[in-house]
Design a protein around this ligand. Structure first.
Ligand code: PLP
Length: 446
């Protein structure tokens, strides 16, 4: 089962599309995360919990557009919102419009840190603007981020994400590792890194650099490493250190915002950041993101303050309308209990399969996010995972993905297997995933 073997499902249409795409699109794909050997599978339709590729294969989708799809693909209630918006408003104004306040009010109602809100289109834009605002607010340069955390593609934060721990110094004195060619080297001067949940190193870094730290950016649940909860004192200690040093605390809730609950992870953990970045789930797949936070900080964005903020598509009328409609559905018909029960069913089922087969694996789940690790070692931070990924214990994960495709299940190929549930999934869908996983374990146990 080598990674360049052809797909185990009919794939002629995908192969031909890739041959065509390669001639006009570099690498044939919109980013490395969408590439797979020998060629990507081309999807053509997604509805509810299902997705279809161009060769007619049907999958239960547990990728959910990197977590952006929460209610189910192409939700009919949001289609109504789209039709209504097109009829009443059209597509784009790039001018102020009334729907913006409605959406901001909904976010402020639910998200504890939100006193003021502003919209852009992607998670990367949201973290970029939040960081720039923090630098302007504090008059300081340095940002502290945690290893293994992806906060977007820009030079401020694309450091030490999928890195080789050998290049990153010791955990006590971590060095940022550049993630992409072409990044401005000077960005490194503005960056400090630390292991997730490593409260001791965090304190040491603040003791040394506290007066220079403009902001700490952190995922309140470490989903970029799958499903890893923060150590019990970790977030409260970050809050305390930021307060003591007058640094801005940014929760990156691009994954957790409106996915774990209406108030995001901050409502669950009871710690309120100064700024919050959100994206993905709150518009069920439409491209909108938000920065929310204390009025005192948010008011520093232009025109009130001097931190530039503008984008042709920011506050795009269709995206704003869908986001507002999506939150309204989440308010009136909250899927969270249902999603959590599905998540628990998935976890219990996979755990039973692990126990039954003795395969060294760990399953993680929080609400509608789940992860599977092919090890029994506790993995608390990215260095654990990266060093594990380099060991012989680690299977070729593409074999798991291929097995799943053959079983009619779509997951994203990555060495950290992280999946999502949406409200259109049924118990039968989850049982199908569990059964396919059990069969994989049986076929692959030593
Ligand atoms: N922040 C987190 C926590 C993310 O997981 C991501 C993307 O996966 C981003 C930011 C960047 O979002 P986008 O891909 O929309 O730019």
């Amino acid at each position: 089962e080598r990674i360049d073997t052809p797909w185990p499902v009919p794939h002629r249409g995908s192969k031909e599309l890739f041959e065509r795409a390669q001639k006009v699109i570099p690498g044939g794909v919109m980013g490395q995360g969408r590439f797979a050997k020998p060629h990507p599978l081309y999807m053509t339709k997604a509805q509810g919990a299902r997705m279809w590729d161009v060769d007619g294969n049907e999958y239960i989708d547990f990728h959910c557009a990197f977590g952006a799809v929460l209610l189910g693909h192409n939700d009919p209630r949001l289609r109504t919102v789209i039709d209504r918006t097109l009829d009443q408003h059209g597509v784009a104004f790039s001018a102020a419009h009334p729907l913006e306040s409605e959406l901001a009010e909904r976010i402020i109602k639910h998200v504890p840190s939100a006193e003021k809100v502003i919209f852009c289109c992607t998670g990367s834009e949201a973290t970029y603007h939040a960081i720039r605002r923090s630098r302007a607010h504090t008059g300081r340069n340095k940002i502290l981020k945690f290893e293994g955390a992806y906060h977007g593609w820009h030079d401020y934060v694309q450091w030490s994400v999928h890195f080789d721990p050998a290049e990153a110094g010791s955990p006590e004195a971590p060095k940022p590792v550049q993630e992409s060619a072409g990044m401005i080297r000077a960005a490194e001067e503005g960056l400090l890194t630390c292991g997730y949940s490593d409260t001791k190193t965090l304190r040491d870094i603040f003791a040394k650099h506290g007066a220079d730290i403009a902001a700490v950016i952190v995922e309140p649940i470490y989903h970029n490493a799958g499903v890893v909860m923060p150590a019990p004192d970790f977030l409260s200690e970050i809050r305390r250190l930021c307060d003591d040093n007058k640094s801005v605390l940014i929760f990156d809730e691009v994954i957790t915002g409106f996915r774990v609950g209406l108030g995001g992870a901050q409502a669950q953990c009871g710690i309120t950041p100064d700024l919050t970045t959100m994206g993905k789930a709150f518009a069920n797949g439409m491209p909108i993101s938000a920065i929310a936070g204390k009025a005192e900080i948010m008011n520093g964005f232009a025109p009130l303050g001097k931190t530039f903020f503008s984008g042709t598509f920011y506050g795009h009328v269709l995206n704003v309308a869908v986001a507002s409609g999506c939150i309204e559905i989440l308010e009136n018909d909250p899927p969270y209990e249902y999603l959590d029960s599905l998540g628990k069913r998935l976890k219990a089922g996979i755990q039973a399969a692990i126990d039954q087969t003795g395969v060294p694996a760990t399953v993680g789940q929080h609400g509608s996010v789940w992860a599977l690790y092919f090890t029994r070692r506790g993995l608390a931070n990215y260095r654990d995972m990266a060093s594990f990924a380099q060991t012989k214990e680690h299977p070729i994960h593409s074999s798991f993905q291929r097995w799943m495709l053959e079983s009619g299940i779509y997951i994203h190929p990555h060495f950290i297997i992280r999946g999502y549930l949406n409200a259109a999934h049924t118990e039968a869908d989850v049982d199908h995933l569990v059964d396919a996983t059990r069969r994989y374990f049986i076929a692959h146990k030593e």
